[in-house]
Design a protein around this ligand. Structure first.
Ligand code: ATP
Ligand code: MG
Length: 414
């Protein structure tokens, strides 16, 4: 018999954890809607090539973290580690670029083979937005604002810091890349093996390294900010001004980078000190070259993704389950009328638990366990007189109510 444990790094969403998850998704969906982001759901798997082309052959995700397999017809398939690649693929294969600007919101599971720990899983979930087809800084500002608004609506904005940086345009990046490679070559002996490999193909990634030795060297590296041309400086200034105008607090972090060539201009991350070793909550930036690099049209984009589990853990108060009223038949003869009554009340918009079995005390226990706000008791005697006994389970108050007046009487338990 197979091992009936969940696969390492996966977890079931049940009870409070599911409610936290749903709170994050529903709040994000509603808030993103206010900004005009339309929901999209792309497949959970894509051809492996889709991720290789977008994430780059040297990224951690592609080299170590992907769940890839050959399907029965030998196609190379990968469970999506993130959703920007899938959205970009959808834009290309669906010919959607002609309808730009495109604004997408998504929520769903992602898969990465990582070392599981608190806030880090192999199947986890993300919400995210992509704004495709607008090259101007207003798009960056609104994308970040939507993220901040979602964190605010969840009550966690105050527990995060928005860090922001610019990677400049292509020319600035080429100029910076040259001085960075010079510097890193001069310090090659102290670099990790991974970083030495990245020197040629992907030197910016070295700035991102989590290796201690690399970090020491990186701390002395020349800064991107000192190699930005005027256009890039103006773009960044416009983004920063927009955030200030909207009252969104940020700190500049010149060390915040993304390793791939199609990233440009804005890079940002909402971080927190409240999740132990995991500090990244929401991360994003501008990716103007991505869709063209995948073989699609030349069309710019900006977006972010946030971990639902990490956001759920940050919620200070766990959302409560809906409190129902309980319809409790007293004796078997009252069960069918109780069944009908429960259905009537639900049709009127009340959440209703039905006492399914046992004597009165058992059924009342079940009502309390369901955290019912009120119990509606009906027995043979009540039925004859067309009344029900309504007991407020919080106060203990009890009243006999004619069935015809029941809806009105229960309004306060909605
Ligand atoms: P980290 O530095 O924590 O590995 P990352 O840079 O890999 O994060 P992104 O790829 O930018 O993360 O994904 C965006 C967000 O998704 C992260 O900020 C985080 O909230 C969440 N996230 C990423 N990987 C995981 C994971 N394995 N488990 C849970 N949440 C994750
Ligand atoms: Mg990671």
């Amino acid at each position: 018999m197979a091992n009936l444990q969940p696969v390492r790094g996966t977890h079931d969403l049940v009870g409070e954890e599911m409610r936290r998850h749903r709170q994050v998704v529903e709040t994000a969906r509603a808030t993103a809607g206010l900004y005009g982001f339309q929901e999209i759901a792309t497949p959970i798997f894509e051809f492996t090539e889709v991720f290789k082309r977008t994430l780059g052959d040297t990224s951690d995700i592609v080299t170590k973290e992907m769940y890839s397999f050959a399907d029965n017809s030998g196609e190379n398939i990968t469970l999506r580690p993130e959703n920007t690649a899938g959205v970009a693929r959808a834009v290309i294969s669906g010919g959607l670029a002609q309808h730009a600007p495109l604004k997408f919101f998504y929520a769903g599971p992602m898969f990465r083979y990582e070392r599981p720990q608190k806030g880090r899983y192999r199947q986890f979930h993300q919400i995210g937005v992509e704004l495709i087809g607008v090259a101007e800084p207003l798009a960056d500002i609104e994308t970040i604002a939507a993220g901040a608004r979602i964190l605010d609506a969840l009550g966690v904005l105050g527990r995060t810091t928005l860090e922001i940086n610019t990677l400049g345009d292509g020319d600035s990046r080429a100029a910076y890349r040259a001085v960075l490679v010079d510097y890193l070559r001069g310090n090659q002996a102290g670099l990790s093996e991974d970083s030495r490999k990245r020197l040629d193909r992907n030197p910016l990634r070295v700035l991102d390294s989590k290796d201690e030795g690399d970090r020491t060297i990186v701390a002395g590296a020349p800064l991107f900010t000192d190699h930005l041309n005027q256009g890039s400086q103006d773009f960044f200034a416009a983004v920063c001004d927009g955030l200030s105008l909207l009252g969104i607090a940020y700190v500049r972090n010149p060390r915040l980078v993304r390793g791939l060539d199609y990233y440009c201009h804005t890079a940002f991350e909402f971080t927190t000190g409240d999740l132990g070793a995991q500090s990244a909550v929401m991360a994003g930036g501008r990716y103007d070259g991505l869709i063209a690099q995948m073989g699609g049209p030349e069309i710019p984009g900006v977006g972010w993704a946030a971990g639902i589990e990490r956001l759920g853990m940050l919620l200070t108060e766990a959302p409560q389950a809906l409190r129902p009223v309980a319809v409790v038949p007293v004796g078997v003869a009252a069960e069918q009328p109780a069944l009908s009554l429960a259905e009537d009340l639900r049709r009127a918009g009340l959440a209703v638990e039905l006492g399914y079995r046992g004597n009165l005390s058992k059924r009342m226990k079940a009502a309390n366990k369901a955290k019912a706000r009120a119990a509606i008791l009906i027995g043979e005697d009540e039925l004859k007189r067309a009344v029900a006994t309504v007991r407020d389970l919080d106060t203990g108050e009890q009243a006999e109510v004619p069935l015809t007046a029941l809806h009105d009487h229960l309004a306060r338990f909605r």
